[in-house]
Design a protein around this ligand. Structure first.
Ligand code: NAD
Length: 462
C-alpha cells in the first residue's frame, strides 16, 4: 500500500521519529545493514516487472535499457557492497608516532545519523537506490525524497520500500519542491541532492542553517573528443558507443550523457555519415529510444533549435512531436558557440558537433569552460590521453567509451566545481555517509614530563 503523503507540519514528527530510531542503535548493527542490502536486492529482483512498468510510464524506457542502466547496475552494486561491508566497517589501524608510545590509533567508521536523499527523474530508480544503499550500508536512518516528475517510480518506491526494508528507519516522502523545501527546514546529519544547480543552491543555503553537510550531484556539459581512429572497425565501435551514450541512455537525458562532440574539421563528414547510418540501424522502432520527460522539457529542447543559425546547422533529424514527446536523434554541425545549445546543458537527444583545426586544440577549447561531470575522448594517442588527464579538470575522464564509468563500483562518481561535490558509488558511498572517528588508546604506564610546564631551560633546549 502506498505510504501516505505527509501533510505540512507532520514532517517534524517524522524526522524526530527517525532520529529516535537511529539513536536506539539498531541501524548500526552489521546484521541490520546486511539485511537492508538483502532487502534491496529482493526488491529489485522480485518486483522487476512493476519497475519496468513504472520506468516505461515515466519515461517510455524500453525494458532492456531499464535493465542495463538501472536494475542491473543496482543489483551488481548492492551485491558488491554486501560482499565488502564487513571489511569496510572494520576499524582501520593508523600509525601512531613514537612520541605517543604506548598508543594504539584507529580510524573507526561511524554512521553519520539521519540522512536525507533527493533523487532526480531521469534515472528515477538508480539515483534513488544507489545512494540509499550506501547510506544504509553505513548504518544510517534515511528519508528518500524521489522526484515528483517520475511519479510512477516515486509511487513504486513509496509502496515497496516499507515492504522490503526496515520501515521505521527508511521512509519515502513523496512531493514536489514545497515538500523538498519543508524537509530542508529540519536538521539532517547529511543531505545528498541530485538535480539542477539552481535547486542545489537552495538546498545548500537551507542546510547551512543547521550546519548540515551536503553532497550535490549536479549537471554540466560533458564534451566528447573524437580523434582520428585509423581503422574502419574502430570508427564503428566509437560511433556505437557515442550513440549508446547519447540517444540510447534516456534519450540523452542523463547527467553524464555526451553533450557535444569536438572533432577535427576534416573528419567531421565521415563521423556524421557513420552516425547517421548507425542511428538508422539501431533505432528501427521509435520505442527503442526513451521519450522526453514532459511538455516543459520538450519545449525547452525544441526552443534550443529555434534560433535561425542553430536551425540551419542541423545536418540530421530535427523532427519533434509534442503529442508523443519524441524528438528525433538530431545532429548539428557548428552551431554558434554563444547559442543556448552550446552554453546550456542540453539533457536531450540533440548532438552538436564542433570542429577544431587539430585534435590537440580541444584542450584549449575545454580549459576555460566550467568543469564538467565527465570528459570523454575516443583516441589511441597516448600523449593526448596524458594531456587530457593532466591539463583538464572534470569529475571523471573516460577514454574510448562513455557513461560506463557510472556502472563501476571501484571508482568514485561525482562532480567538481559547478558540476557538484561529494562522491559516491561502492566504497565511496559508504565513506560519504560515514564519519571517520579517530580513536586513540593510550596507557597510563609511561609519562613524559617534558610535555608540561614549568618551561625550564632544559625543556627549552630540547
Ligand atoms: P528534479 O526536478 O527531479 O529535481 C531533483 C530533486 O529536487 C527532486 O526530488 C525535486 O523534487 C527536488 N526539488 C525541486 N525543487 C526543489 C526545491 N525548491 N527545494 C527542495 N527540493 C526541490 O530534477 P531536475 O532539477 O530537473 O534535474 C536535472 C538536472 O539534474 C540536470 O542538470 C542533470 O544533469 C542533473 N543530474 C545530475 C546527476 C548527477 O548524478 N550528477 C544525475 C541526474 C541528473
Amino acid at each position: 500500500m502506498a505510504e501516505e503523503k505527509p501533510q505540512h507540519g507532520s514532517l517534524g514528527g517524522l524526522v524526530a521519529g527517525m532520529r529516535e530510531g537511529h539513536e536506539s542503535g539498531r541501524t548500526k548493527e552489521l546484521e541490520w545493514r546486511q539485511a537492508q542490502l538483502g532487502g534491496l536486492i529482493r526488491l529489485i529482483t522480485e518486483e522487476e516487472d512493476a519497475i519496468f512498468n513504472a520506468l516505461h510510464e515515466d519515461l517510455g524506457k524500453h525494458r532492456v535499457e531499464s535493465f542495463r542502466d538501472e536494475l542491473g547496475v543496482l543489483v551488481k552494486s548492492f551485491r558488491n557492497t554486501l560482499q565488502n561491508l564487513k571489511k569496510w566497517v572494520a576499524p582501520e589501524k593508523a600509525h601512531a608516532p613514537l612520541i605517543s608510545f604506548p598508543c594504539n590509533a584507529l580510524v573507526v567508521p561511524e554512521p553519520i545519523g539521519v540522512v536525507l536523499i533527493f533523487s532526480c527523474w531521469n534515472l528515477p530508480l538508480g539515483l534513488a537506490l544507489e545512494p540509499l544503499s550506501g547510506a544504509l550500508a553505513a548504518g544510517n536512518a534515511v528519508v528518500l525524497k524521489p522526484s515528483e516528475l517520475a511519479p510512477s517510480t516515486a509511487a513504486f518506491l513509496a509502496a515497496n520500500i516499507p515492504r522490503y526494508l526496515d520501515a521505521k528507519a527508511v521512509k519515502v516522502v513523496q512531493g514536489g519542491p514545497e515538500i523538498g523545501e519543508e524537509l530542508m527546514e529540519h536538521r539532517w546529519d547529511k543531505v545528498l541532492f541530485t538535480g539542477n544547480a539552481r535547486v542545489g543552491r537552495i538546498i545548500m543555503t537551507k542546510a547551512a542553517k543547521h550546519l548540515t553537510p551536503v553532497a550535490l550531484e549536479l549537471g554540466s556539459k560533458c564534451p566528447c573528443i573524437v580523434d582520428w581512429l585509423d581503422s574502419k572497425r574502430d570508427c564503428q565501435v566509437a560511433v556505437n558507443r557515442i550513440i549508446g551514450a547519447k540517444w540510447s541512455t534516456c534519450a540523452g537525458q542523463a547527467c553524464i550523457a555526451i553533450d557535444y562532440i569536438l572533432v577535427e574539421e576534416q573528419f567531421a563528414p565521415i563521423l556524421i555519415e557513420l552516425l547517421k547510418s548507425t542511428l538508422e540501424r539501431f533505432f528501427t522502432e521509435p520505442e527503442y529510444m526513451a521519450r522526453i520527460l514532459n511538455e516543459k522539457h520538450f519545449d525547452r529542447l525544441t526552443n534550443l533549435l529555434k534560433d535561425h543559425q542553430v536551425a540551419s546547422s542541423i545536418v540530421h533529424g530535427g523532427h519533434a512531436d509534442r503529442k508523443t514527446l519524441r524528438i528525433e536523434p538530431t545532429i548539428l554541425l557548428n552551431p554558434p558557440l554563444d547559442s543556448d545549445i552550446m552554453t546550456e546543458e542540453i539533457f536531450g537527444p540533440l548532438l552538436p558537433i564542433v570542429t577544431v583545426n587539430k585534435t590537440e586544440d580541444c584542450i584549449a577549447f575545454l580549459k576555460p569552460k566550467p568543469k564538467p561531470l565527465a570528459i570523454y575522448a575516443f583516441t589511441k594517442d597516448e600523449m593526448l590521453k596524458q594531456r587530457i588527464i593532466a591539463e583538464t579538470s572534470s569529475g571523471s575522464v573516460t577514454f574510448n567509451d562513455a557513461i560506463v564509468q557510472y556502472g563501476l563500483d571501484s571508482v568514485p562518481f561525482g562532480g567538481i566545481g559547478q558540476s557538484g561535490f561529494g562522491q559516491y558509488h561502492g566504497k565511496y558511498s559508504f565513506e560519504l555517509f560515514s564519519h571517520r572517528k579517530a580513536v586513540l588508546r593510550r596507557s597510563l604506564l609511561i609519562e613524559f614530563m617534558f610535555r608540561y610546564p614549568p618551561w625550564d631551560e632544559y625543556k627549552m633546549g630540547m
